[in-house]
Design a binder for this molecule. Structure first.
Ligand SMILES: Nc1ncnc2c1ncn2[C@@H]1O[C@H](COP(=O)(O)OP(=O)(O)OP(=O)(O)O)[C@@H](O)[C@H]1O
Ligand SMILES: [Mg+2]
Length: 304
């Protein structure tokens, strides 16, 4: 079966006075109909990866294909099937959200009525329908971003490549976007997105890859990623750990002022620590590790 996106040892070196190795032999596949997320710190290589597979940037090594079309030798075919939201994108001030959504659909060769239908659906999905005829210059930052998302969504592509689409959106707007992304995937389309929002990655992704300094360090479903860390439980304690006889050293404790997060392997041990803390009058609770915990530990090299 042809994968939606496939890379084999994809590498990128930005050549300049000081060459930067932005991608180091990255190999993975995104299946058709999957929502796949790339997670990584600033500078990890996410945008570089998306720009290469969307034919905007040439790799320096390895191979990449979209729906079986090679990005180097068949860029036209790749472009025909993809829709992108770039990380840093400015709107044309005198374009309206309606024009964005409608023209992008028309540019894809849709009929007028289909383009209208797609534009309406996309603008409603990002809650811009009431603002559809306002010039973008008069919209807020988040509203402009939603206009760009609507234009990408109304394009009827097979593979969507979205570089931090919800950055700058408020919590309600973000959830609307999550809902529409899941709808698109349920319709059989493929989405590859990057995000820094762990809740987003956890809520919407079928699978994700953690990319660190240009290499993939973990890949799997959100649940599988969470299970990759040595410690599967977190205890949050408010107060002085010394009173509990706990050391604050090592990477098993993360301290934020008065609040401490302690990572623990064994569930019974976590429950015991909570009980002990409560007895001493400290606020304490335990839960399984979050995707954010796992991410921080994995990029810190704490693999099981
Ligand atoms: N045009 C360029 N020339 C030289 N180095 C570059 C260029 N673009 C990016 N880089 C470097 O390549 C690395 C990867 O950058 P990239 O933009 O892919 O990261 P990112 O994961 O998208 O980060 P962010 O989360 O901040 O958007 C970084 O070290 C960056 O400084
Ligand atoms: Mg980026």
């Amino acid at each position: 079966m042809v994968e939606a996106v496939k890379t084999v040892e994809l590498s990128k070196i930005y050549r300049g006075k000081e060459p930067v190795e932005a991608l180091k032999e990255v190999s993975f596949s995104v299946a058709k109909g999957e929502l796949f997320t790339l997670l990584g710190q600033n500078g990890a290589g996410k945008t570089t990866f998306l720009r290469i597979i969307s034919t905007q940037l040439l790799q320096t090594g390895g191979e990449a294909s979209v729906l079986g079309y090679d990005v180097l030798t068949q860029p036209e075919q790749v472009r025909r099937h993809i829709s992108i939201v770039p990380q840093d994108v400015a709107t044309y001030g005198n374009f309206t959200p309606w024009e964005y959504a409608y023209y992008f659909s028309m540019l894809r060769g849709m009929t007028t009525s289909k383009a209208k239908e797609d534009a309406e659906r996309a603008l409603k999905a990002v809650e811009l329908w009431d603002l559809r005829n306002r010039p973008c210059a008069t919209l807020s930052g988040g509203e402009k971003k939603r206009a760009i998302i609507a234009s990408a969504l109304s394009s009827n592509a097979d593979v969507y490549m979205l570089d931090e689409p919800t950055s700058g959106l408020d919590a309600v707007a973000r959830r609307n976007v999550w809902a529409v992304l899941r709808e698109i995937v349920e319709e059989g389309k493929t989405i590859l997105l990057t995000t820094h929002i762990m809740e987003e990655a956890e809520m919407v992704s079928d699978r994700l890859a953690i990319i660190h300094k240009g290499s993939v360090v973990a890949e799997g479903s959100p649940d599988q990623i969470k299970k990759m860390t040595k410690e599967k439980f977190r205890v949050v304690i408010e107060g002085d750990l010394k009173a509990l006889g706990l050391s604050e050293n090592g990477n098993h404790v993360a301290r934020f002022g008065n609040k401490n997060v302690i990572y623990i392997k064994d569930e019974d041990e976590a429950v015991e620590l909570v009980a002990k803390s409560l007895k001493m009058g400290l606020k304490a609770e335990t839960a399984t590790v979050t995707l954010e915990d796992a991410f921080v530990k994995l990029v810190g090299g704490d693999l099981d």
